[in-house]
Design a binder for this molecule. Structure first.
Ligand code: BG6
Length: 463
């Protein structure tokens, strides 16, 4: 590929606190929604008892092993690492007035370690793990007061890390609350659309308030939103299918429309009316929403199809979204459809719609890795997946789309979000652990490690 990636393009990987750190009660951390779902987002809620151990309690022990892991990321050539701050390390129950110093100190150590290698942190304020205390004592994002709690948390970390972190994201995959209400907005899974949309509204206001606070406290920082890029195609060219696809794409683009344009899009009026949804939006909310993001970040794993034909409407459960499979595409070990061109289409659509820079903050292949007899992991399937997607990203850049960077998901193996599996691996770095939690946690470089190192070194020219 000819040189298409800009010289200041940020290359790296992305992880989330609850999927790597472990140390789930260490140094004063409180329980999060992730901690009470030890089997993952779709695994149900359990009462946690002391000493009980879910796989995420240790995860890959990044809380203690981060110096070794950051060194490996530096060896890969990373100029950027996306991670999240666990809200519960800073405000363990969520509603305290003062933050937990031990939690703040941990992220100081982590960002200092990254700085040693010139790795730019890209930090998500909330990645699938709000304080469980807010859920049980305040009704999660159903309560307007949660906006205040979040703003206090956001202001605290902006103040504390203002000289260390200049790239921020508000809520991970904010559009997935529609499919996983507890993880997204701290509401019971069977909540009504009315309740979920009211909670989403509170979260959108909180996101905008965090944008404003970030601009005030760190004037040279950039802050973005984060969407699950769930692009849908019509299964046929029937106008009914095309119209239904437009509607279903709007269900997730709605979040971007509010966060980028600063107000509710016109189509939501009818959407709410058709469903009997009537949410409270105050004048103060409308004014708060005007603080819009500097860039749009998104995850991209797959696309899906939409049909109005009942019989064909056999949806496959992906991660969070259920989508009708595309007959023209192959699938991963987990049934996620592989569509490299889809990322180019999505990038063009987002850029046409918003004219703001994009940041691809998740993309990757979850697969079973089987070490050879000599222990080597020859993950050619992962190399092929990433290579094909990066080629299409290069094409989107050539199409004129402005892109700040690319952080592949899970550069080091971690616990999967949907089902808390360990056998679903995304990494360039293998971690010795299995689904039952057995293993030494030793780190090993896979074949893809050397491949990605070469891509970064050549700034994408070796694709
Ligand atoms: C995204 C999430 O939905 O997909 C990540 O932001 C998650 O947290 C990733 O890990 C992949 O999903 P899974 O279920 O394979 O871990």
């Amino acid at each position: 590929m000819s040189q298409q990636f800009p010289n200041n393009f940020l290359w790296g990987g992305a992880v989330a606190a609850n999927q790597v750190e472990g140390a789930y009660l260490t140094d004063g951390k409180g329980l999060s929604t992730s901690d009470v779902q030890p089997k993952g987002i779709f695994g149900g809620v359990v009462e946690r008892v002391a000493g009980d151990s879910g796989i995420k309690d240790v995860a890959i022990d990044f809380y203690h092993r981060y110096p070794q892991d950051i060194k490996l990321f530096a060896e890969l050539g990373f100029s950027c690492l996306r991670t999240s701050i666990a809200w519960t390390r800073i405000f363990p129950q969520g509603d305290e007035l003062e933050p937990n110093e031990a939690g703040l100190a941990f992220y100081d150590r982590l960002f200092d370690e990254m700085a040693k290698y010139n790795i730019t942190p890209l930090v998500t304020l909330s990645h699938y793990e709000m304080p469980y205390g807010l859920v049980i004592n305040h009704g999660g994002w159903g309560s307007r007061q949660t906006i205040e709690f979040f703003e206090r948390y956001a202001r605290t970390v902006f103040q504390r890390y203002q000289h260390k972190v200049k790239h921020w994201l508000t809520f991970n995959e904010i559009n997935m609350s529609l499919h996983a209400p507890l993880t997204g907005v701290g509401l019971p899974e069977d909540s009504s659309p009315q309740a979920v949309y009211q909670a989403i509204h509170h979260q959108l206001v909180a996101s905008a308030k965090a944008v404003k606070a970030c601009h005030e406290i760190i004037p040279d920082a950039k802050i973005g939103n984060m969407l699950l890029g769930g692009l849908l195609y019509p299964l046929s060219s029937k106008p009914e299918d095309v119209m239904e696809t437009l509607q279903q794409n709007r269900e997730w683009l709605f979040f971007g429309d509010v966060q980028v344009r600063g107000s509710y899009p016109a189509y939501m009026k009818r959407f709410f009316a058709d469903r009997g949804i009537d949410i409270t939006i105050t004048a103060e909310d409308r004014s708060a929403l005007k603080s819009t993001v500097d860039f749009i970040s998104f995850s991209y794993y797959m696309t899906g199809c939409v049909t109005t034909d009942e019989e064909l409407n056999q949806k496959a459960r992906g991660n969070i979204l259920s989508m009708v499979p595309n007959p023209h595409l192959p699938s991963s070990d987990w049934g996620w459809q592989i569509d490299p061109q889809g990322i180019r289409i999505l990038m063009n659509e987002l850029y046409d719609r918003y004219q703001k820079p994009l940041f691809i903050v998740e993309n990757g292949l979850g697969a079973y890795d089987k070490p050879d007899a000599d222990g080597a992991i020859n993950d050619d399937y992962r190399i092929a997946y990433l290579n094909d997607h990066l080629v299409q990203i290069g094409e989107a850049i050539a199409d004129g789309v402005e892109v700040l960077g690319y952080t592949s998901w899970g550069p080091i193996d971690l616990v999967s979000a949907s089902k808390a599996e360990f056998s679903k691996r995304y990494g360039f770095i293998y971690v010795d652990r299995d689904d039952e939690g057995n293993g030494t946690l030793e780190r090993r470089r896979k074949k893809s490690f050397y491949w990605y190192q070469g891509i970064i070194q050549s700034n994408g020219a070796s694709l």
